[in-house]
Write a protein that binds this ligand. Structure first.
Ligand SMILES: NC(=O)c1ccc[n+]([C@@H]2O[C@H](COP(=O)([O-])OP(=O)(O)OC[C@H]3O[C@@H](n4cnc5c(N)ncnc54)[C@H](O)[C@@H]3O)[C@@H](O)[C@H]2O)c1
Length: 322
């Protein structure tokens, strides 16, 4: 039996697909390879995945209901779905809100429709985000906390996706698990995220924009820990076809300025810092309560930023031939 993985050319999708293939699984990957960030990076990830015999790829837009229904009708031997495809990023949701509704709301609906039609489906796992905690001030953020104050459209679409999954799970006896990821970084990372933006600008000798005078805290989570959590979640469908939510975060909230210092050290170059005001839609602090993930998924993130940042920078240098 195979696993259907959307967003396979993306940062997290690529790493999870690699791990699934390594343990001998067949992976059917979907991605629309959209140009939100450098398509060459997505193609380079795909080229790595395509080296494995167990990987097949379909260029498809999850927001295209007709195309997804036709694709679903022809699917055989899929017993699990991992739905990671999404329009990510908080800031871009001010520029192009439509992309978030299409990929994250229509896309979630199309995947849930596909899932409920596969009689043999054992588990539907999908990506949510720490951004659903929005304006919450109680730290650490717990899956038991009410999340009613999204402060970006990205967060609102991710929360909508969770509620849609709760409904489908209830109506169609669909075992479903949502994973709230906390600031994931690492090799093959996203060019629109802070680690990559900082590394690129510092290595080019350009100033780096730092918001809220650097007074920000993030629960930076290394990709290998995320992969371990995602695999554990895939392998543990909730009992009685229920719906579960988990935080996948490092459970260490770090000052942004310390993260920047580690990037400087790994690059061997000082950053010129351009302090800027707090950005709309951004939160000052994220910090994951991982009680449920530890208990149910045996999730024990091990990678501190002291270990993870140099590993990201090593890849960054290698990928860019620096
Ligand atoms: N990286 C993080 O820190 C983080 C944090 C919280 C949540 N998430 C969520 O995790 C998931 C994976 O994120 P990522 O960091 O790997 O992002 P990513 O942008 O690298 O990967 C997403 C992939 O989905 C594809 N995609 C987007 N819209 C699509 C569509 N309509 N049809 C088909 N493919 C489409 C993109 O081309 C991309 O390859 C997303 O759902 C994201 O919202 C990520």
């Amino acid at each position: 039996m195979a696993i259907l993985l959307t967003g396979a050319a993306g940062f997290i999708g690529f790493h999870v697909a690699t791990a699934l293939l390594k343990r001998g699984e067949d992976v059917i990957g979907i991605d629309n390879l959209n140009p939100y960030y450098d398509v060459k990076l997505k193609e380079a990830r795909l080229a790595e995945l395509e080296k494995a015999a167990g990987f097949t790829f379909h260029k498809l837009d999850v927001a295209d209901g007709e195309a997804m229904a036709a694709f679903g009708a022809g699917l055989r031997n899929v017993d699990r779905i991992l739905h990671l495809a999404a329009q990510a990023g908080v800031r871009y949701s001010f520029e192009n809100p439509e992309a978030y509704i299409a990929s994250n709301v229509d896309g979630q609906l199309n995947l849930l429709e596909l899932a409920r039609r596969i009689g043999s489906l054992k588990h539907f796992v999908y990506a949510s985000s720490s951004s659903v905690y929005g304006g919450n001030t109680k730290l650490p953020f717990s899956v038991r906390d009410a999340v009613e104050k999204p402060i970006s459209l990205y967060a609102a679409t991710k929360r909508a996706g969770e509620l849609m999954a709760v409904t489908y799970s209830h109506l169609h006896n669909l075992p479903a698990t949502g994973l709230r990821f906390f600031t994931v970084y690492g090799p093959w990372g996203r060019p629109d995220m802070s680690a990559y933006i900082f590394a690129k600008l510092i290595s080019e000798g350009k100033p780096i924009p730092v918001f809220n005078n650097g007074e920000m805290m993030r629960d930076f989570t290394f990709i290998d820990d995320i992969v371990a959590g995602v695999l554990a979640a895939i392998d543990r469908p909730p009992p009685e076809a229920g719906h579960r939510l988990y935080n996948l975060g490092n459970h260490r909230s770090e000052p942004l300025m310390r993260f920047i210092e580690l990037i400087e050290t790994a690059l061997g170059r000082k950053a010129e810092i351009d302090f800027q005001p707090m950005q709309r839609g951004d939160v000052k602090e994220t910090y994951a309560d991982i009680t449920e993930s530890e208990r149910d998924l045996d999730f024990h993130p091990r990678t501190t930023i002291d270990k993870g940042v140099p590993r990201f920078i090593a890849w960054f240098r290698d990928y860019h031939g620096l």
